[in-house]
Design a protein around this ligand. Structure first.
Ligand code: SF4
Length: 149
């Protein structure tokens, strides 16, 4: 049976990022081409109802997503509910597609696996995970970043 791999959409070259651009990753694309797999693209921030392009957001507090975390965009608007909803729908997609593993975009407030920005919009990176990664991990899915591949 073919492996199923969910992948952050922007890593595949889909223009889902906050700036309306993509972040195609050669390593990810080459890996997926070399394997006999079914690829399931997803973008938690779009799934959470945020527009594209959108104002960039960061998880507050400098520790990534935890229960009760708050996410603000650069204008100071609270977008926590969008991040929570995007994470919840991502888990539902995983339940439907039953992935062998998931590849997600490092440092994103939704998709960061090991690192995220610290919440001050100053490009400072801290250890921690994004909202969708937190709930997908909690649901038992195996996740790696494009840098771990
Ligand atoms: S939320 Fe994830 S998939 Fe969507 S653009 Fe950001 S890093 Fe890519």
């Amino acid at each position: 049976m073919k492996k199923v791999i969910m992948v952050s959409a922007c890593l595949l070259g889909l223009p889902t990022r906050y700036d309306g651009k993509s972040k195609p990753n050669e390593k990810v694309l080459n890996f997926l081409k070399s394997e006999d797999v079914v690829v399931v693209p997803f973008c938690p921030e779009q799934l959470g109802g945020l527009p594209t392009p959108r104002v960039p957001s960061e998880i507050q507090g400098g520790k990534g997503w935890k229960e009760g975390a708050k996410v603000l965009n650069e204008k100071g608007e609270d977008v926590t509910e969008n991040f929570y909803l995007g994470a919840e729908i991502s888990v539902k997609i995983a339940q439907f597609s039953n992935p062998d593993f998931i590849i997600m975009k490092e440092r994103s407030p939704s998709c960061g696996v090991n690192y995220v920005y610290d919440g001050t919009f100053s490009k400072k990176v801290v250890s921690g995970m994004g909202a969708a990664v937190y709930y997908l991990k909690k649901a038992g899915y195996r996740i790696i970043s494009e840098e771990d591949l």
